[in-house]
Unconditional design. Sequence first.
Length: 111
Amino acid sequence: MNHNENATTEHHINEMIKVLDHIRRRPDSYFGGAVAPFENFINGFNVACYLFVDRSLLTAAQEDVLKSYGIERVLEKSLYATLHETDLSDEEAADAYLGVMIEAYKKIQEK
């Protein structure tokens, strides 16, 4: 990857972090506490992110973050489903998901 591609990727990662952080601070403004709209957002957001970040890098970064919380990722399940199975409420799982994603993108930036 050349310098311009690195700068572009860095810019997109920064923007993704900003979006996720904004949503994390105001989830009801986006989803009204409903699970289905949040899961739809997650799926669409991830597809868009894979345009800028290699899926294997993102998955590895997510797993590192989860391990730091003592959570083992179930690869057959989505990250959100894995978090939800830890007895978190819908709102807590959504907040944890956004937090893991933000930390994962920050880990990718550090590399």
